[in-house]
Design a protein around this ligand. Sequence first.
Ligand code: NAG
Ligand code: NAG
Ligand code: NAG
Ligand code: NAG
Ligand code: NAG
Ligand code: NAG
Ligand code: NAG
Ligand code: NAG
Ligand code: NAG
Ligand code: NAG
Length: 355
Amino acid sequence: MASSVLTIIAILACAFSFVDANPNRKICVVKGGQSKDIDDAPAILHAFKECGQHGKVLFNPQTYYVNSVMNVSWLKDVDIDIHGTLEWSTNITYWLNNSMQVGYQNQSTAFIIGGDNVRINAFGTGTFNGNGDDWYKWIRQQENTSNYPGRPHALTLSRLTNSAIHGLRFLRSQMWNGLGIAIGSIGQYNDQFETIERVSVNDIDYENTLHAFYVKTWTDDQNGYPPNGGGGGLGYLSGVEVTNLNATGLRGAAFAVSQCTRFSGAPGVGNCTNSQFQIKNVAIKNLSGTTKSTRVASLQCSAVAPCSNITIADVDLRLANSTLASDYLCGNLINPMGFTCTGDVCVGGSATGEC
Ligand SMILES: *[C@@H]1O[C@H](CO)[C@@H](O)[C@H](O)[C@H]1NC(C)=O
Ligand SMILES: *[C@@H]1O[C@H](CO)[C@@H](O)[C@H](O)[C@H]1NC(C)=O
Ligand SMILES: *[C@@H]1O[C@H](CO)[C@@H](O)[C@H](O)[C@H]1NC(C)=O
Ligand SMILES: *[C@@H]1O[C@H](CO)[C@@H](O)[C@H](O)[C@H]1NC(C)=O
Ligand SMILES: *[C@@H]1O[C@H](CO)[C@@H](O)[C@H](O)[C@H]1NC(C)=O
Ligand SMILES: *[C@@H]1O[C@H](CO)[C@@H](O)[C@H](O)[C@H]1NC(C)=O
Ligand SMILES: *[C@@H]1O[C@H](CO)[C@@H](O)[C@H](O)[C@H]1NC(C)=O
Ligand SMILES: *[C@@H]1O[C@H](CO)[C@@H](O)[C@H](O)[C@H]1NC(C)=O
Ligand SMILES: *[C@@H]1O[C@H](CO)[C@@H](O)[C@H](O)[C@H]1NC(C)=O
Ligand SMILES: *[C@@H]1O[C@H](CO)[C@@H](O)[C@H](O)[C@H]1NC(C)=O
């Protein structure tokens, strides 16, 4: 039974490969089984195998059901056009046991994309639907809810170079949701020097996210090991431009920095401002929309390596009564540009920013 299903899928994927007007660019159209009971991962992997180097992989405007892990780490000069939805299954037993270890921070994943010159276009409609509701319900019943071993991330971009992803929607991811564009957590590995540089984030629409942009680091005190413990890392984040942001119903500070991550195994009290990881040269410009928080920014930076050269400009975030959100809360910030701090930031341990 299972093997005949697999055979059908493989045939459909091959039957839809054809040669483009560009004689060198082969196109594979992925044909899904159109049923939750048929795993489309083999057909998708087959299309990548046929067309993932110097070709084009095309997803039609339909739902593809992904019931098993996919590792496509060897792409080269490929167009990936996604017009439809990839929907991941909710067999939690399967995913906990089979999601792929990524090593870093002891995290695991459902899907790995890697390679060089990869152009993913999803046209603002293509969607990765993690079917997270089942995961959110399930995790609330567990003893340990944070970074549960084997709970997969929706997507891991691994050693992906010279590549672009446009117009892709992420819906109800299996693991983490709704924090906005989040950088980190970083500084989790004692004495390790890590850098995040030259990041450009443009033209983002947010719906009901906690933040628009969030940077999170561990403190200088190591408590345990990743994923739920760590700290003591060195390094910096520098050269970040975040522009043209449109938010609807933000739930917290639009821009949040939290340098006091120190959870599992950490003592209830600790030093929130001793991180040696520095955040500098970040510009957030042209942010508008609606928010439930009066805070535009909550910048809880390190006293040892203060945040510097942070620009926040052209902000028009309105509360429900159409008043402008106007709180800029700061701690250990040098030379704010384009804004004035209006108060002290809350200083406390947090996984999601603010206190
Ligand atoms: C879920 O996955 C497990 C482990 O792979 C498998 O044994 C089980 O049959 C699957 N359950 C369903 C409902 O598909
Ligand atoms: C987990 O996966 C391993 C190897 O794939 C398999 O041998 C084992 O039976 C699986 N366990 C469960 C609970 O599905
Ligand atoms: C993904 O595939 C690549 C290439 O085959 C391999 O080197 C890597 O170990 C795989 N990653 C995982 C987590 O399985
Ligand atoms: C994973 O967790 C183990 C046990 O807590 C720890 O010893 C190890 O350093 C961690 N590895 C990574 C890559 O974070
Ligand atoms: C939950 O976490 C605690 C503290 O890290 C650990 O001692 C315990 O074994 C964990 N329980 C499970 C079921 O993983
Ligand atoms: C500001 O961002 C919005 C999207 O929220 C965009 O439509 C608009 O063109 C941007 N303005 C400028 C001057 O770039
Ligand atoms: C911002 O998003 C809202 C809700 O999706 C939309 O109505 C509005 O046109 C967007 N504004 C801009 C400038 O893109
Ligand atoms: C936290 O550590 C830093 C650096 O060691 C020190 O300057 C600061 O006074 C400490 N803060 C507290 C509350 O202990
Ligand atoms: C300040 O940060 C912005 C944004 O990353 C960068 O373009 C600019 O060069 C920085 N200025 C200095 C003096 O480093
Ligand atoms: C609008 O709402 C905010 C937040 O609830 C409140 O602080 C502010 O006073 C309100 N402004 C007016 C004019 O009602």
